[in-house]
Ligand binder design. Structure first.
Ligand code: C5P
Length: 215
């Protein structure tokens, strides 16, 4: 199978030297890429800026902004069997990017922000998609309720939810997996590399079942 995995943060420029971003390390996405590769799958890793070395034999597409990630994901999604959107895409970007460095002044300044395009939702809206669509939900509160809302709104097959207080920037995570049919599965705290193997098994089994059903 071919896995498309998005990972890491995006950077939304304010001016040539400044940007808005978040603390995502990319570790979970890179661990899934490595696990999928180890289990014999082909992997396209669409990565925002991280400090991680991508696993060998993975096709890496490096992007910076949410718009670049949107384009790269759409370019490769059709050729994939499983799309795992693990990236922490910025939800807002500056309405205007200053072409020159904004100078410091004595008074405060405001930056107008506009929503970025939701990549996961845009794939979920494709009526004829053949790939299994997996989203992630990083939450600080009401984990299950927020993740359930995302599963419905973004029309994906699986949402993998985690509490950012456990999983952000760390090597460990604890996951709650929500399936489209209402089933849930909890995986207790473990290294991201171990969790990644579990996830790849779950994703490929489900995709296989889907394919058999269609035949
Ligand atoms: O809504 P929220 O950002 O919490 O949803 C998280 C999920 O949506 C993740 O799978 C993330 O990769 C995806 N997402 C996206 N494009 C955005 C924002 C989030 O694909 N602009």
């Amino acid at each position: 199978m071919t896995f498309l995995i998005s990972a890491g943060p995006t950077r939304e420029p304010i001016d040539p030297v400044r940007y808005i971003s978040n603390r995502s390390s990319g570790k979970m996405g890179y661990a899934i890429a490595e696990a999928a590769l180890d289990m014999g799958h082909d992997v396209i890793l669409i990565s925002g800026p991280t400090n991680l070395a991508p696993p060998r034999d993975v096709k890496v597409v490096s992007v910076s902004t949410s718009d670049e990630m949107f384009q790269a994901v759409h370019q490769h999604a059709e050729d994939s069997d499983v799309c795992v959107l693990c990236a922490a895409v910025a939800d807002y970007k500056p309405a205007q990017v200053s072409p020159v460095k904004i100078k410091k002044r004595d008074e405060g300044i405001s930056i107008e922000l506009v929503p970025t395009r939701d990549i996961l939702q845009s794939l979920g809206r494709q009526a004829s998609r053949k790939f299994l669509l997996v989203g992630f939900a990083a939450e600080t509160d009401h984990l299950e309720a927020n993740a359930t809302k995302k599963l419905r709104e973004k029309n994906c097959d699986i949402i993998v939810a985690n509490d950012v207080r456990i999983g952000m920037e760390t090597d460990e995570n604890e996951l709650l997996i929500l399936f489209r049919n209402g089933e849930t599965k909890k995986i207790s705290r473990a290294p991201k590399k171990i969790l990644a193997r579990e996830l790849v098994k779950i994703f490929s089994n489900l995709q296989q079942k889907g394919l058999t059903k269609k035949m």
